[in-house]
Design a protein around this ligand. Sequence first.
Ligand code: PMP
Length: 438
Amino acid sequence: DLNLDPYWMPFTHNRYFKQHRPLDRLLVGAQGAYYTTVEGQQLFDCLSGLWCSSLGHRPARIVEAVKAQLDKADYIPAFQVASPDTFRLAERIAAVAPGDLNRVFFTNSGSEAVDTSVKIAIAYHRLRGEASRTRIIGREKGYHGVGIAGISAGGMVANRKMFAPLMLPGVDHLPHTHTLKEMAYSRGQPSWGAHLADELERLVALHDASTIAAVIVEPMQGSVGVVVPPQGYLQRLREICDKHGILLIFDEVICGFGRMGDWFGAQAFGVTPDLITFAKCVNNGTVPMGGVIARQGIYDTFMQGPDYLVELFHGYTYSAHALAVAAAHATLDILHDEGVPQRFGELGRKIEDAVHTLKGEPNVIDIRNCGAAAAVELAPLPGQVGLRGLRLFEEGLKRGLLLRYTGDTIAMAPPVITTDAELEKMIEGVRACIRAVA
Ligand code: PMP
């Protein structure tokens, strides 16, 4: 007796939702690597929810921790008062963060974390007497959520164009690092990444370093379809930022907490930024939580500016929500005790071997992998960009796979508990789907 009138519509492809057997998309249960539909079908979770349920759904320790928290306290404000568990969580996150990043600000989402990081960067310069540093530089195809800062710095043009009057002034985008043309050109040229990053020098020359606050990039661009940073790219961005006093922000909402085979993409790629944004896997997607990690010298200027009580306020009602904090502690326990970042590294090597066997399947134009994530890009149907991706998604449902598509690219980032047999089933399922939509 389901009323599927559109009082609410699931995001993306709303207009297709009712036409295409919606019952196999209505999810009512989640356990381990599987969702259960309203009809009782089991779907293998190829993207760990939306990149967030990296340990699989409902690990017993997290479920117990959240229930126990609810028995103690539901909501504890983070203004004037606080929970000791939040201090302890910040300390634990700082302990696994790269370099000397040792202060944490909690938000409820990745979008809020991005907003916060941009505000921290601008406040930092301003409070050091460099008020002219307000420009932000992002990347084409970058995804930083849907807040105003995120769509301004992000490089998804469609998300931005309707809101032109609201965009942050003075935002530029570094060129996309992975067009097929560029990759063909790059083969055998390890310096290509540095060469692409040198575009930043061009922007510095154009605008003058004294106007630029920060560069924000995802180490690995996840949402757009696992775009791997070319060798040397992030290193070179770091060098240029250092040279000109520009802050480097890594948006690690997807990369953070294990997926890249290390705690953060920063460590996996060997580059330490000034600020890190995180969300999703910090507590396995159990309760909304995000945040920003910063070096103390940067954080303090933001939180304790010269006249903090009078001039500056930043924070969210649900910053460090008690249930989210409890889930995060349990998640970190599992990440440590079960060596999850390392296990993601091992899973990533298996994914790499498996996904590249799809080379040569019909319409496959690119295959990419990074950490325990991979993407297969298909040629669009003529004049109908995204339709092949949608069809493939629907073929996946028939075969018990919940796949994620953006445009005609299929992304895969299964949970760390994925067995060899499940990995094979996923890849063979995707192969069958690709052939079905040929
Ligand atoms: N930044 C990145 C890199 C992301 O991948 C996402 C979400 N996919 C966000 C920011 C936004 O996070 P949220 O949806 O929690 O606001």
